[in-house]
Every structure is written in structure tokens, then in C-alpha cells.
Write a protein that binds this ligand. Structure first.
Ligand code: URA
Length: 230
């Protein structure tokens, strides 16, 4: 929300008073003086007028988890353990997953309460690559890379996938970089060639790489530097 709206929504200031507060440079957001009425205030922002705190700001939380196989990328599930069950954190109901993985897919999973941050990471428009190690049942043909680069038509969504990069690592293993995260996208891409994906592991999402110190099922908070990179 814009800072002028945030302030004038409070019972104590009308719009004229808010204009004056901003012009007189009496408003600060996250410790920085703000005079632009469009400056953004979020639930995480610390907002003061003079030295009075008007909103303390809720802590933004960011975690990286090494998702193990056999666990659901959902906040609740009636049958199977979920990725959130692996987190020993308060207020887990406020957290959401930035980019789900299938039940048996392993690897990097990011969990946060910051919707803007997770949208930046997952929206196709931001073009952040999601990198997967793929193992298939049949040999990966030399024609796959060109087809993935051109894009594949997904009838259900009526769209063509954005260019993806495939690097062969062995006859049945490859590294695939995609910039969307459509439903079962990697499996459907290999399915185009009737080749079943038998192992899938996400190594990276945009600038964030799975920490090799994390065993499957382990997690850690992101560093400030990692949070800023997205
Ligand atoms: N693509 C898939 O098919 N499955 C995943 O878990 C992630 C990407």
C-alpha cells in the first residue's frame, strides 16, 4: 500500500495532514525518511512519524529446505507428511511454498511468508531459471534439446512453454533449466518423447542454490544476502 494511504487510513490523520507530514519529512519507513506519497508500505515495514512507531512490522521469514522424496508440497495433507511438517517454526500457517515440487521430486524448496518475494521467484515474467537434474527411463535423444528450446505446446493450458535449456550429462541424465513451473512441467516435457522421468531433483531457483550442507529433510533460514538476490 502507498504510504499516504497507509497513514490516512489511520484514524488520527486526514489526507491534508498526511501531505504535510510527508512534506515536512517526518515520516520514516524502515529507518529511511520518506516524502514520496507513493512509497510502498508492507506488512513487514517499520513505519514511524517523528519518533513514534505506527507499525512495528511483522518479521519476513524465508527458508530453504532440502525436500525429501515422499512428502507433499502442501501446507496440509490428510495422508502424507507435508514439507511444512519438516519445519520446526512458530506460526507455520503464515508460510507458503514458492514453487511446488511433486511428491517424489527432491531438492530446493523455498518457504516464506512474503508473497511479493515468492511471486518474483516463480512468475514466468521474471524469467528466473529453475534448474533440475533429470533421470529418465530411456536414452535422451539428441533432438530433445532443440525441441525444448523451441517450446512444447501444452494443450490443457493452451500455451507453448518458454525456451528451456537441456544439457546432457549421460545417456539417461541431464540438467534442464526452465523458466516456468507448469504442472508436472518437466515430466510432461520428457513425456512428449514417451520418456518417463524416474528421478527429479531441483538444484536451483534463480540465484538461489540448494545448500549442499542440507541433507534431505533439513532446512535453514536464508541469509540476508540470499533474500536480497531475488
Ligand atoms: N516438473 C515436474 O514434472 N515435477 C516437479 O516436481 C517439478 C517440475
Amino acid at each position: 500500500m502507498r504510504v499516504d494511504r497507509f497513514l490516512s487510513n489511520l484514524p488520527r490523520f486526514n489526507r491534508q495532514q498526511v501531505r504535510v507530514l510527508l512534506i515536512e519529512r517526518r515520516v520514516s519507513v524502515d529507518g529511511v525518511t520518506v516524502s514520496d506519497p507513493h512509497h510502498e508500505v508492507r506488512e513487514f515495514s517499520h513505519v514511524c512519524v517523528d519518533d513514534e512507531v505506527l507499525q512495528a512490522g511483522k518479521p519476513a521469514r524465508y527458508f530453504m529446505l532440502h525436500k525429501p522424496a515422499g512428502c507433499v508440497s502442501a501446507t496440509t495433507d490428510p495422508v502424507h507428511p507435508t514439507v511444512l511438517d519438516l519445519l520446526d517454526e512458530p506460526d507455520k500457517g503464515e508460510l507458503h511454498i514458492a514453487g511446488r515440487l511433486d511428491f517424489n521430486t527432491t531438492g530446493l524448496m523455498l518457504i516464506t511468508n512474503d508473497g511479493q518475494w515468492s511471486r518474483r521467484l516463480t512468475q514466468p515474467q521474471t524469467k528466473l531459471p529453475k534448474v533440475y537434474l533429470v533421470e529418465t527411463e530411456q536414452h535422451i535423444g539428441p533432438e530433445y534439446a532443440a525441441t525444448f528450446k523451441t517450446g512444447l505446446y501444452f494443450a490443457f493450458e493452451n500455451l507453448t512453454t518458454q525456451p528451456a535449456e537441456l544439457a546432457l550429462l549421460g545417456p539417461t541424465t541431464a540438467r534442464l533449466s526452465i523458466i516456468e513451473g507448469r504442472y508436472h512441467q518437466v515430466k510432461r516435457m520428457f513425456g512428449h518423447f514417451d520418456n518417463k522421468v524416474i528421478g527429479l531433483h531441483r538444484e536451483r531457483m534463480g540465484p538461489l542454490v540448494l545448500d549442499t550442507a542440507l541433507a534431505p529433510g533439513e532446512y535453514r533460514a536464508l541469509t540476508n544476502d540470499e533474500i536480497r538476490q531475488v
